[in-house]
Design a protein around this ligand. Structure first.
Ligand SMILES: Nc1ncnc2c1ncn2[C@@H]1O[C@H](COP(=O)(O)OP(=O)(O)OP(=O)(O)O)[C@@H](O)[C@H]1O
Ligand SMILES: [Mg+2]
Length: 258
């Protein structure tokens, strides 16, 4: 006798597409390849890490997702829809937010004014994550210093403001470019803890980082990028496997150079 449950599953087995699909993406600057046909995907609610040395192509990958890099091959899909030819502001309005390297807050404006700029690009299509994120609760410092000039905040506080501002647009896909850059270890922990909470609230995250080991621990899965290619995939249980991480980081040149 056929299993009714199995038959029902087979009939309805069209799984939702991943939130983010990078499909043979290639990017070149004036003919020089920066990203070489990489493919990976990020499912709803996942946090995926992208680590690798300077010049690996990490930021270029994030910029490609935002429609802001010279893509020469492949494509990026969000919720199954190709972003080919879409403009950056259009991509942002559809629920993708980037916290760029260097934070890019407006130092002459107050914290509150910086946050208002995030609210301007807020989507109101009802497709935001199930639970609303109260950024003021997540980053109390942002509330406490709301009337202060953003430029007067410390580096860690500015990073919290940059993430808070990105969240106010209610993204369902959050891209972060080296949020821990230049921060003291205690401040890095505040940022990590916020990322964990953001993930718990249903936002899908792609995290670019130079801090390899801690990223591998934190993310559901991490890819090591080097010379425009993905060289290894690491699970959190492999965070202590320094040999695997180092080999992927330095690749074929490991024996020659190190
Ligand atoms: N606007 C640009 N014009 C020309 N070349 C660029 C440009 N942006 C990046 N590149 C080159 O593309 C390659 C990848 O750069 P990318 O910034 O993506 O690296 P990254 O992994 O983010 O490095 P880092 O850790 O230093 O931030 C590098 O060789 C870089 O010099
Ligand atoms: Mg970079």
């Amino acid at each position: 006798m056929p299993e009714p449950a199995a038959a029902a599953t087979a009939a309805t087995a069209t799984p939702a597409p991943p939130v983010l699909e990078i499909d043979r993406l290639a990017v070149s600057f004036a003919g020089v390849p920066a990203v070489r046909e990489i493919s990976f995907s990020v499912k709803r609610g996942e946090m995926v890490g992208l680590i690798g040395p300077n010049g690996a192509g990490k930021s270029t990958t994030l910029l490609s997702i935002m429609g802001a890099a010279p893509v020469v091959g492949g494509e990026v899909r969000v919720d199954g829809a190709s972003l080919r030819g879409r403009r950056t502001e259009d991509i942002a309005r559809s629920g993708v937010a980037l916290v760029p390297e260097g934070r890019h807050i407006f130092p002459g404006l107050t914290v509150a004014e910086n946050l208002e700029l995030g609210e301007i690009s807020r989507r109101d299509d009802g497709s935001h994550p199930d639970s609303e994120i109260d950024v003021r609760e997540l980053f109390p410092i942002v509330e406490e210093f709301r009337h202060r000039q953003a430029g007067a905040l410390s580096g860690g506080q500015q990073q919290q403001l940059a993430i808070a501002r990105a969240l106010l647009s209610r993204p369902h896909l959050l891209l972060l470019d080296e949020p821990s850059l230049g921060l003291a270890p205690s401040v890095v922990e505040v940022v990590w803890s916020a990322l964990r909470q953001i993930r718990e609230r249903g936002v899908t995250i792609l995290l670019v980082e130079q801090r390899a080991q801690i990223t591998v621990q934190l993310a559901d899965r991490s890819y090591v990028m080097n010379n425009g290619e993905l060289r290894a995939e690491l699970a959190p249980s492999e965070a202590e496997d320094l040999e695997k991480i180092t080999t992927a980081y330095f690749g074929a040149t490991a024996e020659g150079e190190r």
